[in-house]
Write a protein that binds this ligand. Structure first.
Ligand SMILES: NC(=O)c1ccc[n+]([C@@H]2O[C@H](COP(=O)([O-])OP(=O)(O)OC[C@H]3O[C@@H](n4cnc5c(N)ncnc54)[C@H](O)[C@@H]3O)[C@@H](O)[C@H]2O)c1
Length: 357
């Protein structure tokens, strides 16, 4: 079976030049997203790089058009809305050698059978990490300045804050923060970098997959999770949802957080015990910025909707609007590498599936 490495080698040295071999490619995603994911310059680059099949875009695998495209496709360039790519589907795609996903996780649609077939896989999760890390930095800055409760008071009263509004059990400001990062994931690593460069924060890390040498390179102090939650001003959650991480921010660990600690969750609501957290937020002991919750959305009458010290957003930290074009650009770069016989820069390996998002 031919692999990426066996594809014809690159003949020139000009990284911007289109590859000489244009793999037969079909796009599989929701049609409504196509122009956002592949805005005109990215689309032009895609058309230089790949021989797009006719039809170039499918959103299901059963129509005669889709069956024909699958029979000759070497690359599936997938995106949000791609239907399941399972063992049965792979049988109908005998020439398929690569799946390049212009979005985050592949685990929701791609069967491990693809790896068994020697199909190489790439994902644009690294591009999706950019806006999530930006959102997290913004949340930490706004949370540390207690912008959310103080803006609420300002709106309600139409007068400036008083000293009493600052509530002395909470610290205030971004200087000298200790931030505990749970998971040096793609997003977690970017957050660590922003925290160190922009805020000069001290960063604690809990991640069982990061050793001492790597932690030193990242500029973080490794701790166990209990120490992290008990000694951080901000706890920012960035681990994937796996059997190992579900509920790791449990009632006991939430209880270990000091008064005034800000919890930021942009990962998955399932990592945090929502009901235990709610008690500490209702009492005003903790603050939270939550882009994700469990359940999501919360029931209409849930107390978290109306608390001044809680800022809820509708799972929007990942790529939105013009940020979505980054996903397509990364996917087209990966397709260019594939066409040149180079390895992916953002490969997904079967062995990592248990610990990645
Ligand atoms: N809010 C949003 O819109 C949004 C968008 C994208 C991703 N996410 C979520 O953000 C999180 C991070 O995504 P990613 O793509 O950066 O993840 P990723 O796939 O890069 O994360 C994998 C890494 O997480 C770390 N990890 C794994 N298990 C761990 C554990 N038990 N404890 C601590 N660390 C552990 C390891 O370093 C591992 O390599 C995920 O939960 C993902 O679902 C949210």
């Amino acid at each position: 079976m031919r692999t990426t490495e066996e594809a014809p080698a690159r003949s020139g040295t000009d990284a911007a030049a289109p590859p000489e071999r244009r793999p037969r490619t079909v796009l599989v995603m929701s049609p409504g997203l196509l122009d956002d994911v592949f805005p005109p310059p990215v689309r032009a680059r895609l058309e230089e790089t790949a021989e797009l099949l006719d039809p170039s875009l499918i959103s299901e695998f059963d129509s005669p058009d889709a069956v024909r495209a699958l029979a000759s496709a070497e690359v599936l360039l997938t995106g949000w809305g791609c239907p399941p790519v399972d063992a049965g589907l792979l049988e109908r795609a005998p020439r398929l050698r690569a799946v390049i996903h212009a979005a985050g996780t592949v685990k929701t649609f791609l069967s491990p059978a693809a790896f068994d077939r020697g199909i190489t896989v790439s994902s644009a999760a690294a591009a999706n990490a950019v806006p999530v890390a930006e959102y997290t930095l913004a949340a930490i800055i706004m949370g540390a300045k207690r912008v959310f409760p103080l803006a609420g008071l300002y709106r309600a009263r139409r007068t400036h804050r008083t000293g009493a509004d600052l509530d002395r059990q909470h610290w205030l400001g971004t200087h000298g923060l200790t931030v505990g990062v749970v998971g040096a994931s793609r997003i977690g690593r970017r957050v660590i970098e922003l925290l160190r460069v922009v805020l000069d924060a001290e960063v604690l890390l809990y991640d069982p997959y990061v050793g001492a040498a790597e932690a030193e390179l990242l500029g973080v102090t490794r701790t166990d999770l209990d120490t992290l939650v008990a000694t951080s001003d901000v706890v920012s959650v960035h681990a994937p949802d796996t059997p190992e991480t579900r509920g790791i921010i449990d009632a006991r660990r939430i209880g270990l957080m000091r008064p005034g600690t800000l919890l930021v969750n942009t990962a998955r609501g399932t990592l945090v015990d929502t009901e235990a957290l709610t008690g500490h937020l209702v009492s005003g002991r903790l603050d939270a910025v939550l882009d994700v919750t469990a359940p999501e959305p919360l029931p209409a009458g849930h107390p978290l909707w109306d608390l001044p010290n809680v800022f809820l957003t509708p799972h929007l930290a990942g790529a939105q609007g013009n940020e979505v074009g980054r996903l397509g650009a990364l996917a087209v770069e990966e397709l260019t590498r594939y066409a040149r016989g180079e390895p992916f820069a953002h490969p997904v390996h079967r062995a990592d599936l248990g610990r990645i998002a």
